[in-house]
Design a binder for this molecule. Structure first.
Ligand code: PLP
Length: 394
């Protein structure tokens, strides 16, 4: 039997910004026997979770669930709505926005990137300007990442919606919420998003392997005429089968058990409480970073992420060496710096199944690691974090 234990005792701290720690309740749900995915027992589960998941996306419209990683749901969003050569507007918030743009280009779309320095988030005004210039209305979609997992920068999606509406432009709005759904407030319906992309392995507290498209009426209409080839990803077949609680092919039965349980947990806690918990833990983390005298990578206070914090390493110090010291000594995984941030930042994931003491353990591991790695810093980050956390309870 496969046995993965980094240390002889205690549990591994998986503090990367996804996949996140899977709670016992979800693990126990996944542990149930696999059943007939075309039988009556499955149908009850299918109908229940298809309804629950709408509450998580804050939508009354359909949510398509795929057996795929988030990258699959990126592709599904594009191929269901667009045709070869369509112009789309994307925004360079970081590594994941860049990957989505590359995918769009590979699929034969004409993807234009609004450049960014990765530290600010989306400036909705720049989207409005570009759409206003597009008098022929050739831009078919605006695609943005809600929470850039590579940088810890969040963008204001309601502002993007207002920017599009302000120009009267008919472009679809597509949003990647892979590291924000069920961690940071996100309202597919109220914010008028046409396609929301999400994955199972972050705020939803599941293992990797499921991903999602929440779909608006307008996106459904676009899917009727879109010309890009699609088969596995085609919404129509899945939505038809979903009407009866089924899938057109074999769904990821056991992950769907886990999804049902995770939805129960989130809805029992209440989404506003889930979001407040993430906000509180993010601010606690930043209290520690400030006390250490280190710099949070996000340079815009309005865009600070509640699901992760990327921390800049002081000049001349390698973030990967530091992360390795933390892993070897304290059995904790921290997030790697991606693409141009390789070796320059480390990322602390504070999302998903996470409480005060998990957070304090995480921050203690970072502070001890800084010391062991000889990274110049002030002691006292953990103490500052404890002060902040207790002040919130008094
Ligand atoms: N988009 C964002 C914001 C992500 O954080 C990730 C993965 O971390 C992806 C897309 C890609 O998702 P996956 O690795 O599940 O394919």
């Amino acid at each position: 039997m496969l046995k993965l234990t980094h240390k002889a005792s205690g549990r591994h701290f998986l503090q990367i910004p996804g996949p996140t720690n899977v709670p016992e309740r979800v693990l126990r749900a996944i542990d149930n026997p696999t059943i007939d995915h075309r039988g009556p027992e499955f149908q009850v589960i299918g109908k229940k979770l298809l309804s629950d998941i709408q509450k998580i996306f804050q939508t009354e419209g359909p949510v398509v669930i795929y057996g795929a990683s988030g990258t699959g749901a990126w592709e599904a969003a594009l191929v269901n709505t667009l045709s070869a050569g369509d112009k789309i507007l994307m925004y360079e918030t970081g590594h994941f926005a860049t990957l989505w743009k590359k995918m769009a280009q590979r699929l034969g779309l004409d993807a234009e990137f609004i450049p960014g320095d990765w530290r600010q988030g989306v400036d909705a005004e720049r989207i409005a300007q570009r759409l206003a210039e597009d008098r022929q209305q050739q831009i078919k979609a605006v695609c943005v990442v809600h929470n850039e997992t590579s940088t810890g920068v969040t963008s204001d999606i309601a502002a993007v919606r207002r920017a599009i509406d302000g120009t009267g432009h008919p472009a679809l709005l597509m949003v990647d919420t892979i590291s924000s759904l069920a961690s940071i407030d996100y309202r597919h319906g109220q914010w008028g998003v046409d396609v929301t992309v999400a994955g199972s392995q972050k705020g939803l507290m599941l293992p990797p392997g499921l991903s999602f498209n929440a779909v608006s009426e307008k996106a459904l209409a676009a899917s009727k005429t879109s010309g890009l080839p699609k088969s596995y990803w085609a919404w129509a077949d899945i939505l038809e089968a979903n009407k009866n609680g089924f899938w057109p092919y074999t769904p990821s039965t056991n992950l769907l058990y886990g999804l049902s349980e995770a939805c129960d947990m989130l809805l029992e806690e209440g989404l506003p409480n889930v979001f407040a918990r993430h906000t509180r833990f993010a601010e606690t983390t930043r209290c520690a970073v400030r006390a250490w005298g280190l710099e949070v990578f996000c340079a815009n206070p309005a865009a600070l992420s509640s699901s992760l914090t990327a921390v800049l390493m002081p000049e001349g110090h390698d973030a990967d060496k530091f992360r390795r010291i933390v892993l070897d000594n304290f059995d904790m995984s921290l997030g790697v710096g991606l693409a141009k941030l390789a070796g320059k930042v480390f990322r602390i994931g504070h999302l998903g199944d996470f409480n005060e003491l998990t957070l304090m353990g995480t921050l203690a591991g970072v502070e001890m690691g800084l010391k062991l790695a000889g990274v110049p810093h002030q002691p006292g980050g953990v103490a500052a974090a404890m002060d902040y956390l207790t002040s919130k309870l008094q």
